[in-house]
Ligand binder design. Structure first.
Ligand code: ADP
Length: 248
């Protein structure tokens, strides 16, 4: 489902991604962990082309973009970016909901106004998604009337409303008060169990260990270690060991 090869990205002189490779099969959850500044967020944003990598390829489903040799011409490049972007939905650290729109309106914005889908069908979809994230009946609430955890769950439903093939989550619980973290992680866990293809940047090591089929440990812009949950229980690399001893 996801294939990333040789991804490179620099900001000014700083090389943030130094040749990242990984694959993820459909229906699996991949957790990306690593020290602050190791390039986790940049990697995730590259999958959605919120950052344009300098080199490397990203494939999601049947959309593929080679950043070292992109399609010639601005229009062709934009089409390729759009095709890739349409394959994934993004959940950010803070939810970025429209404050002056209701929950339902927030969920319809993408499907109806951007994708041009039928409003009734999109509304039905949105209601089902709200039920899925435990917010049935809150369609008409405004974001400010919801707790941080509820807002973030709306953020997840909104990303799913675009019917992506892959859901990308960038530290979805790091801006939440500790007592609200669990309810958001429970929703992510449900999605994983239902067979969604997920890539999640997280500092929640125990959660990653329980839920992830694949763990990527990033260090200095490279995948230092990759494997199953054993990366977090019995790491091969000293760098991973050190990281875990600090965060656990
Ligand atoms: P992580 O998610 O692992 O903490 P990031 O991908 O956020 O790492 O950042 C890696 C490095 O890239 C950091 O040093 C950060 O300051 C830098 N960086 C990230 N985004 C930008 C940007 N838009 N402009 C300049 N530097 C950036």
């Amino acid at each position: 489902m996801i294939e990333v090869h040789g991804l490179e990205k620099s900001f000014a002189e700083q090389r943030v991604l130094r040749g990242v490779d990984f694959t993820a099969t459909a229906g699996t959850a991949t957790a990306v962990l690593g020290p602050s500044g190791s390039g986790k967020t940049t990697l995730l944003r590259s999958l959605n082309v919120l950052e344009a990598p300098d080199a490397g390829t990203v494939r999601i489903g049947d959309a593929r973009l080679n950043f070292a040799d992109p399609p010639a011409g601005k229009a062709a490049y934009r089409r390729a970016v759009k095709a890739l972007r349409a394959r994934s939905g993004m959940v950010f650290q803070s939810h970025h909901l429209f404050p002056h729109k209701t929950v339902l309106q927030n969920l319809l914005e993408g499907p109806v106004h951007v994708q041009g889908r039928d409003r009734e069908e999109a509304t039905e979809d949105a209601r089902a998604l709200l039920a899925q994230v435990g917010l049935a009946g809150r369609e008409d609430a405004y974001p400010s009337q919801l707790s941080g955890g509820q807002q973030q769950r709306v953020g997840i439903a909104r990303a799913l409303a675009l019917r992506p093939e892959v859901l990308l989550l960038d530290e979805p619980t790091s801006a939440l008060d500790p007592e609200l973290v669990g309810e958001v992680l429970d929703v992510v866990r449900d999605l994983a169990e239902q067979g969604w293809t997920l890539v999640i940047v997280t500092h929640e090591v125990r959660f990653a260990r329980d839920v992830a089929d694949q763990v990527l440990f990033l260090d200095g812009g490279r995948v230092a270690e990759r494997g199953g949950a054993e990366v977090l229980t019995d790491p091969r690399e000293e760098r991973t060991r050190r990281f875990l001893s600090r965060v656990l």
